[in-house]
Structures are given as structure tokens and as C-alpha cells.
Design a protein around this ligand. Structure first.
Ligand code: SF4
Ligand code: SF4
Length: 375
């Protein structure tokens, strides 16, 4: 397969990928989303990225640094949306950065945002890069669209080690100011906090102040989880960049295994979440955790029921949308926190996942089924 070197090593392959909802397994994400991944692999290159443990193209990216681009993906997305009568907010992208290097050549992320917005379907972008002006303008045209900016530290030297292919800290902060200028809801993701590297509370407090000053409306935090499959790789990176002593402290903290991930001890996580909930709330913005669980006997319990101060984990209340003609409109004026909803006033019974035993992983075929039901 030909490897195209510019602007970042990648392959361009045909794909029949479908839009889909959250994956099976543990879920804390309250709102339903259509996950969109035009690129597999990511030139931002965070050494702790959980996508490094994924199979297929992600393994090639992890071991050889080659990203895969799904050929003509925006057109495929448009065709799929045009077959639906019911949609949820798009999520660009859960497993790679939408504004990474290859996007300079293909511009798929801009095209996908445009495709959603021209149909009046909400979309959210999540990034550690500069959000193109054109994307911010599109987001500003759609009532429930928003942006999430990942920012782990204010220390630029540390940022360069953690996310070497991401943009400068100053540009990350500017993203918030630019979003505010266009009145686009913005989320600061301090996600993950890396114990002993970025967990100094005074430093995080300063970071919260900087992003809130520039307009962040909501803050999400998590503490680093280490996929067991790439644990040796992560530990080696820590040792090389931060020394053996830091590594030993980290290894001692990461004793708890939940599924395929190692987690920091629950007492450490609880302490940091309690302090940050207070700090963030005192700044007048909402707060939530991303995919944080604790063991209660044999069961896992999501920590957001205790720490989240918003209705939805990403801070934005986005209902399900239904087709009117070419364009879509909100199905019902709810908060869109389907995971906790017990009464599907939007008309899609299965989406109210607050009922015990509900299914939580939805596929394109489910959206098609609901669309036919609405017809
Ligand atoms: S920006 Fe996100 S997807 Fe890209 S390497 Fe970093 S953690 Fe992974
Ligand atoms: S009514 Fe309930 S199930 Fe339907 S979109 Fe709103 S929160 Fe989700």
C-alpha cells in the first residue's frame, strides 16, 4: 500500500465505515452521539493515547507512525445522514484529532462540519490543535453545536512532551477566545491529569482560571488510565522523559485494574476530583468527569453521579433531532441526557436508557430502524 509522506505519513484507503453510537461496555456519556472518525491514528502523538491499544490501522500508527485516511469520507457521511430521519449530535472525533496534520491536505473535518450544519444537525469537535476559523463559523450557525479543547497544562515545555504534534499552549487558549467571539459553547478538557506530572492543584487552578477567563463554559477532567496492552510503552516513555523515580511512584499508584485498563487508586482520584469540583464551581462554570468509575463490591459505579454539576457530562444539553425536510429540528425540548432518561418524550423509546437493563450501544442500523418507525 502506498504511503504518502506529506504532510504526515499516511495511507488513503476506501472504507465502508458507518456512523455509530457509543461503543459497548462501560458508559458514562450521558448524551447520545454519532461518532465520526475520518482518520485512524493521530499526528498529535500523545504517548498515553488509549487508541494506541486499538487493533488494525491503530496498531500500524502506534508502531510505524502511519495514519489512515478514509477516502471520500465526507461524501459517505452525507449519504448516510440522508438515509436517516432521526439523528443525534455528531462527535468529531472520539479516537483521533480532527485537525491533525493530514487534515491540512484533505480538509475532511471542515467538510463534515459543513454537512452536519447545512442539515441543521448539531456537531461537536474535540481537539488539541487550532480550530479553523471556518469551522467556528459553521458551529456558530447551529444552535446545539459546540467545541471541546483538550489542554493538560499551561507549561509549554511539558505540553511538547505530552502532545508533541499538538498546537502551542497559547493557541489552545486562543481557541476559547475565538469560540467566545462567535458565541460557541466551549469545553476545556483537562483530560487526562497525569499523576506526578500535571496533578499539582495550584497549577490546575491556574489552568482553570486561564481557560475560564477566555470563555470556557464547562470543564471536564479525568485521571490517566493506562491500557494494559501498551503499559510497557507508557512506562518506558515516562522513564525516559521524567526519570525512574517518577515511574516507580506511578507504578505503585496504578494498582487497580478495571477491564483492559489500569487505574490510579480510587482514594487518589477521589481527592483530586473533590478539590477540582470545588475550584471549578467557585468560578461559576460547570464540571464533570470523563469515564471515571469505582468498584462497589462486584459492580462498577460511575463517579459522575457524585461529581458532575451539569445535566450532561460534556456540559451541553443536546436533544435528539428529527427530519422535517432536508433539515432537521429538535425532536423534543429535553436536555438530551438519554443515559438517565426514563420517559422518552422524543418518541424513541429505546433511547431512554435510564430504565434498568437498557441497551446502550447504538449502530447505524438502529438509527435506520428508528427512522423507519418514525415514517
Ligand atoms: S490528540 Fe487525542 S487522539 Fe490524538 S494522540 Fe492525543 S490523545 Fe490520541
Ligand atoms: S426525551 Fe429522553 S431519550 Fe429522548 S432525546 Fe430526550 S433525554 Fe434522550
Amino acid at each position: 500500500m502506498e504511503i504518502i509522506l506529506s504532510p504526515y505519513p499516511h495511507t488513503l484507503t476506501a472504507s465502508s465505515k458507518k456512523l455509530h453510537g457509543w461503543w459497548p461496555g462501560r458508559r458514562e456519556c450521558t448524551g447520545e452521539r454519532l461518532l465520526i472518525n475520518p482518520y485512524n491514528g493521530c499526528s498529535v502523538g500523545c504517548f498515553f493515547c488509549y487508541a494506541r491499544s486499538f487493533p488494525g490501522n491503530f496498531q500500524r500508527w502506534h508502531t510505524q507512525g502511519v495514519v489512515n485516511v478514509s477516502k471520500d469520507f465526507p461524501a459517505q457521511v452525507a449519504r448516510q445522514l440522508d438515509r436517516l430521519r432521526v439523528v443525534s449530535c455528531g462527535y468529531l472525533s472520539p479516537v483521533s484529532d480532527p485537525f491533525q496534520k493530514v487534515n491540512e491536505r484533505y480538509g475532511y473535518s471542515e467538510k463534515i462540519v459543513e454537512i452536519f450544519v447545512e442539515r441543521n444537525i448539531p456537531i461537536n469537535v474535540t481537539t488539541k490543535c487550532v480550530i479553523p476559523e471556518k469551522v467556528i463559523k459553521f458551529l456558530s450557525l447551529q444552535q446545539h453545536s459546540f467545541a471541546q479543547v483538550s489542554i493538560l497544562t499551561l507549561k509549554e515545555n511539558l505540553r511538547k512532551v505530552l502532545s508533541p504534534g499538538g498546537t502551542h499552549t497559547q493557541n489552545l487558549l486562543e481557541n476559547f477566545a475565538r469560540l467566545r467571539m462567535y458565541k460557541v459553547f466551549s469545553v476545556a478538557r483537562i483530560d487526562p491529569i497525569i499523576p506526578y506530572l500535571t496533578d499539582n492543584l495550584k497549577d490546575i487552578e491556574k489552568l482553570v482560571d486561564r481557560v475560564v477567563e477566555r470563555g470556557a463554559n464547562h470543564i471536564i477532567v479525568s485521571v490517566l488510565d493506562v491500557p494494559v496492552r501498551i503499559k510497557d510503552y507508557v512506562w518506558e516513555k515516562i522513564k525516559v522523559n521524567f526519570g525512574k523515580e517518577t515511574l516507580l511512584k506511578l507504578m505503585a499508584l496504578y494498582k487497580e485494574r478495571i477491564g483492559p485498563y489500569l487505574h490510579a487508586e480510587i482514594s487518589y482520584r477521589r481527592e483530586i476530583f473533590s478539590a477540582l469540583k470545588e475550584i471549578v464551581s467557585s468560578r461559576g462554570v460547570t464540571f464533570a468527569l470523563c469515564m471515571e468509575f469505582e468498584r462497589v463490591g462486584e459492580r462498577l459505579r460511575g463517579l459522575n453521579r457524585e461529581f458532575m454539576t451539569s445535566a450532561n457530562c460534556d456540559g451541553m444539553d443536546v436533544p435528539i433531532y428529527v427530519r422535517k425536510n432536508f433539515r432537521f429540528s429538535p425532536a423534543y425540548s429535553c436536555k438530551g441526557n438519554c443515559l438517565n432518561c426514563e420517559e422518552a418524550l422524543c418518541g424513541i423509546e429505546e433511547l431512554a436508557m435510564g430504565k434498568p437493563g437498557s441497551r446502550k450501544d447504538w449502530k447505524f442500523s438502529d438509527y435506520r430502524r428508528w427512522s423507519k418507525m418514525l415514517e
